[in-house]
Design a protein around this ligand. Structure first.
Ligand SMILES: Nc1ncnc2c1ncn2[C@@H]1O[C@H](COP(=O)(O)OP(=O)(O)OP(=O)(O)O)[C@@H](O)[C@H]1O
Length: 254
């Protein structure tokens, strides 16, 4: 059997906040070891899609989800799927870096500690491995027990990446991860992402068209809760098939 290249498979996904239909029958696959950019104007459902993939929408009252979302072959909405376990496999990064007000070390091991890991050697190794992968080890290795809130915004965001990586996720969801950062910190995060895609699959929501075009392998364009066009990033940017896509990426709306 051919190896499945998709890490996430979404089929006919509808998501309602009360009466409001925020996702209208979305079917999309995200490939392994690729960066996929999700673009579209404000309110088109980008964040809702991301939150559906690690079931963060479970926390919002009156949300209804229909359709299927699979992580490899596991249905993430199956009753047997534990949401905490899922979020270890599908990590998420937000616009504002959100480290906990603890030490750098305790931030990184957070997910391992809540799953009961107590072995100091295992935790120490996870901290070094994750901070290395998030490209911040050299900057913080001598201050692991200082409060993470004392770091710059870009450093905090890389601590959050390390925190997500510590549980060895399969997928990283990133919701505008650089939009609150200065240009230098943003390019550090971008460089980190390009290294991470060797080992992880990344889905990034971005409003920055340059970022989408230089970082991603594939791009998905959404409008009013619908997937309008999805394909190789160069095709979406150079030869969009839909007029709405062309209008959006050329800055005519949004
Ligand atoms: N918690 C919520 N309760 C009710 N409606 C919501 C909620 N979250 C999002 N919505 C609505 O769902 C629709 C899609 O919102 P979503 O945040 O997914 O869009 P987005 O494309 O990420 O927008 P933006 O680029 O502005 O962040 C919008 O109409 C929004 O107002």
């Amino acid at each position: 059997m051919a190896e499945n290249k998709n890490v996430i498979t979404v089929q006919d996904l509808h998501l309602y906040y009360g009466q409001l239909e925020a996702l209208r029958g979305v079917s999309i696959d995200f490939r392994k070891n690729e960066i996929t950019a999700v673009i579209g104007p404000s309110g088109c459902g980008k964040s809702s899609l991301l939150k559906t993939i690690n079931r963060l929408n479970d926390l919002i009252p009156n949300v209804t989800v229909t359709g299927t979302v699979k992580l490899n072959d596991q249905d993430i909405y199956a009753p047997s799927m534990d949401a905490v376990e899922l979020r270890k496999q599908v990590g998420m990064l937000f616009q504002q870096p959100n480290p906990f007000p603890f030490s750098i070390y305790d931030n990184v091991i957070y997910g391992l500690r809540i799953s009961g890991e107590k072995n100091k050697q295992v935790l120490d190794e996870a901290v070094e491995r994750s901070l290395q992968a998030a490209a911040i080890w050299d900057e913080v290795k001598d201050r692991l027990h200082e409060n993470a809130m004392g770091l710059s915004g870009g450093q905090q965001q890389r601590i959050c990446i390390a925190r997500a990586l510590a549980t060895r996720p399969k997928v990283l969801l990133m919701d505008e991860p650089t939009s609150a950062l200065d240009p230098i910190s943003s390019s550090e995060i971008e460089r980190t992402m390009l290294e991470l895609k060797n080992d992880y699959s990344i889905v990034i929501v971005t409003r920055n068209m340059q970022q989408a075009s230089r970082m991603s392998d594939r791009t998905a364009f959404f409008l009013q809760g619908e997937l309008i066009e999805y394909g190789q990033t160069r095709d979406i940017f150079l030869q969009p098939q839909q007029k709405e896509t062309e209008d959006y990426i050329s800055g005519r709306f949004g």
